[in-house]
Design a protein around this ligand. Structure first.
Ligand code: CMC
Length: 433
């Protein structure tokens, strides 16, 4: 059996033999198919990239039919239970789990970047954030401040230098929680306070967020652990919308701060990382279990979507949602049960039995339960996508690095099918009918 695809062009009767590699054909191989030798040649048309592999990647594997997610080969369930966010971030960036010595050095490096970078955060980012009115959405501030960091670290422009890239990746992972905490404090009108030392990655973030001036702060260990698990679950998800934005912007050799600001902007949307905020709004709007059937009927008639349900790749239960549901119960043991949980559980039960959702293979995704946990932990809804961004920063930088090291990649530049007017002559305004 030959690993080729034979295409017959019925317009010309010509046959073309196209190689199949790794179960795919190269879109560029279609270019030889033409009626007239002078014409451009055939392209594939794939709006929203439903069936286009944009890269080769060794980072994250998803099997959407079987509900499998692995980072560098490790099942997400094992990493959520046994790893930590910083260890997982190393795994994503470097390809292997760190040795104990490597993990110690990595933790120290992240601490050092967080500490050194804090002078930039303290002065410049604080001044920048101060320009946003109280009540500004934290995600808008987060992406603006991350983009602005490129002006403090101009050496980050050396994106083709492997060592510089490594430094910026660590720096971004180290500084994302600080920027996020600033954004949240500013949005609720609270002043910046310096964090307590020695609290670890997730503990320091909570300290920067919740500490009150002059008072010591110690995060609740169970809540700190739950948030760390959520960071692990959100750390990467192969070529999703924001990661594609990161790769696409990075392909122009923009510095990683600018690329990450663009990725965060993509994450902001309600169909992507903004969905957990939308889920909570939806649960509040439904309010009680008896109002669910009417809500489901509205969704089925095309009036809005069941937020936190459905996924481009998962056509079964999102494995992250399973872990999050379990984590939710652990968090509620500390914080007390979120009353909206009953609405969420009943909504899930009804949706999983309803023909509309079953036929379209719509299951709960990562965002369905995460908002409930975040709310129980005291986060404002506007902070939810920013929490997603902290975890996803590890994946964004790992994917950015992989893209720059991939000799097959070039500046991203899709083609189009032009459907507009043909050439026509300009007419002066007063002569237009
Ligand atoms: N509620 C009701 N109907 C839905 C939903 C939903 N949540 N999701 C998809 N559908 C329907 C859709 O109307 C369409 O029906 P029909 O074939 O009759 O026109 C069918 O299912 C296929 O939908 P699609 O829009 O073609 O699917 P997609 O792959 O383009 O969209 C999605 C994927 C995640 C954007 C979508 O399922 C959605 O909008 N979900 C709600 C938002 C959400 O929870 N997003 C978080 C995604 S996971 C985390 C992340 O990526 O950040």
């Amino acid at each position: 059996m030959s690993d080729t695809l034979t295409i017959t062009d019925n317009r010309t009767g010509k046959q073309y033999e196209i190689p199949i590699v790794d179960g795919t054909i190269r879109a560029i191989d279609l270019r030889q198919i033409k009626v007239d030798p002078e014409e451009f040649g055939m392209m594939s048309y794939d709006p929203a990239y439903l069936n286009t592999a944009s890269c080769r990647s060794r980072i994250t594997f998803i099997d959407g039919d079987r509900g499998i997610l692995r980072y560098r080969g490790y099942p997400i369930e094992q990493l959520a239970e046994q790893s930590t966010f910083l260890e997982t971030a190393w795994l994503l960036v470097n390809g292997e789990l760190p040795t104990a010595a490597e993990l110690d050095a990595w933790t120290a490096e992240i601490d050092r970047h967080a500490l050194n970078g804090r002078s930039a955060l303290d002065s410049h980012v604080q001044a920048l954030m101060g320009g946003f009115p109280k009540g500004s959405h934290p995600m808008g501030m987060f992406l603006a401040a991350v983009g602005a960091l490129s002006t403090f670290f101009p050496e980050a422009k050396q994106v083709l230098d492997a060592e510089t890239r490594r430094t910026q990746m660590a720096r971004l992972i180290a500084l994302a929680p600080g920027v996020a905490a600033y954004a949240c404090r500013r949005s609720t009108g609270r002043p910046y306070v310096a964090p307590d030392a020695g609290l670890g990655y997730t503990g320091t973030f909570l300290s920067m967020l919740y500490k009150e001036d002059g008072k010591a702060y110690a995060p609740h260990p169970a809540l700190e652990h739950a948030l760390d698990v959520l960071f692990v679950l959100h750390a990467d998800h192969e070529q999703n919308c924001s990661t594609s934005a990161m790769r696409s912007i990075g392909s122009s050799q923009a510095d990683p701060f600018a690329s990450l600001a663009g990725a965060a902007a993509a994450l902001y949307g309600p169909l992507h990382g903004g969905a957990n905020e939308a889920v909570l709004r939806m649960l509040r709007e439904i309010g009680s279990v008896d109002r669910i059937p009417a809500f489901i009927a509205r969704v089925k008639s095309g009036e809005g979507r069941l937020m936190g349900f459905g996924h481009r790749v998962y056509k079964s239960y999102d494995p992250r949602a399973k872990v999050i549901k379990k984590t939710a119960y652990e968090v509620f043991e500390v914080t007390g049960r979120n009353p909206l949980l009953d609405v969420a559980l009943e909504l899930e039960k009804i949706a999983l039995e309803d023909d509309y959702f079953v036929k379209r293979r719509l299951y709960p995704n990562v965002d369905f339960y995460s908002g409930l946990i975040y709310e129980a932990m005291g986060f404002d809804a506007g902070m939810f996508p920013v929490l997603f961004a902290i975890g996803r920063t590890a994946g964004w930088v790992a994917q950015w690095q992989e893209m720059l090291e991939d000799k097959e990649q070039k500046i991203t530049r899709p083609r189009q099918l032009y459907m507009g007017e043909n050439t026509r002559d300009y007419v002066a305004a007063d002569a237009r009918g």
